[in-house]
Design a protein around this ligand. Sequence first.
Ligand SMILES: [Zn+2]
Length: 455
Amino acid sequence: MRIKVLFNYRSIRRVLLILLLLYSGVIRSYGYEIFYPAEKNSVTTYDYGLFIGKARNSEAVTINSSRVYSAPNGAFAYSVKLNDGENRVVIRSGYSTKVYNVYKKKAVQKVQSEVNEFDKRTVIVKNDNVPLRSAPEDIGFNIVSYLFKGTRVVINGSKDNYYRVFLAKDKIAWILKSDIDEEAAVNDSIAEFINMNSQKYKNATVQTVSFTQNLPYTIEDGEKEILFRVYNPELSESSVYTINILKPKRYFYNVTLQDGFYTFKVSEVPKTFEDCTILVDAGHGGSQSGAMGCLGDKEKDINLKIALELQQILKQKGANVVMTRECDGEITLKDRIKIAVANDVDIYLSIHMNSIGNVGFNHSKHRGTGIYYFNKNSKELSQILEKSITKSAGTKKNGVRSASFAVIRPANYVGVLIETAYMINPSDTLLYTQGSFAKNVAEGIIDGLEEFIEK
Ligand SMILES: [Zn+2]
């Protein structure tokens, strides 16, 4: 009896009809994809929530009833202004509706604490590469030097996690308490000056100064000179040794310290590709995908494509090329810097694709190529590259800015970080998904380097 019903012509037609409806419904629900955020429920302290994704061709997308612009390839990006507490974000396209919940937490207001004053005492720095800062805050721009392990410092105050370092009369700095060895036995004798020496080489000037113990120092990139200062505040409040080294037009500098013996070196960037060692750093890699694009593509992959094109052309030009990665591997920022320093690179090029953080997305503002530098010696190359890359790759100019990114902080090389285009800008996705994009960017970088090195 049941079998008869199942094979009844009408029943079959009904089953087919249901299947057809189910099938078309399934297809419809894939009418668009949201690639960011990855989770339907999230918590943030940001003022805006960014939504990026890809719509099916010509299918309109609305977010909280506002029509969202999408590029011909379907890429769209939209920022929702968030209120404190629960925010419901409804995204519609075709017959499909997705609901996201973003909870906005109030940002915690930092309570300003007072400086706790105490009598001067000498302590020992326990790590290498310890930032000495002009203010008790962890921001890149206030770093005045990086102290070496075993350096004697005089402290006479504290604030939050920092000790105040007394360098000389009217000259203080700040160091993290956790970088001080509180247990270390401090030698009672005051450091004494031994000697100073200067050597001029073809592409560098080296100045040495030695003391009986390790003392703190600062660096200032002045108008015409680099000024290295070593402080001996235990001897007297005015005991400052200043070493000025004239800057070549294109330069970088570094400092080493061994048993009280300081070496300050100011180098000139070589004038031919053959004499240059250039590091190409493809940003992110492995589980660190970097920014997510409107089409679901990952920043790490595009960075690598550009880096490999660049490697090839630089080799043809005769440059010595060092890569931080040549495949989809994971590498820390510290290791990237180590590779650069170990290979004595002259120029460090970090390749990235841009995204946005805590601000509302703006189609015209968050678009194109932006170049970042940290030290003064890298500003000129940044300006040249903005021009040459935008010309070659057809991207908009997004500006040259100083920023405290770890890989471009060392002054051991001319270092720039290139944000080639915006992963989240629908118009930029049209550009960077073209097959020739990586090569065009690489050629633009080469044009800029030619101008910088050979001019
Ligand atoms: Zn990046």
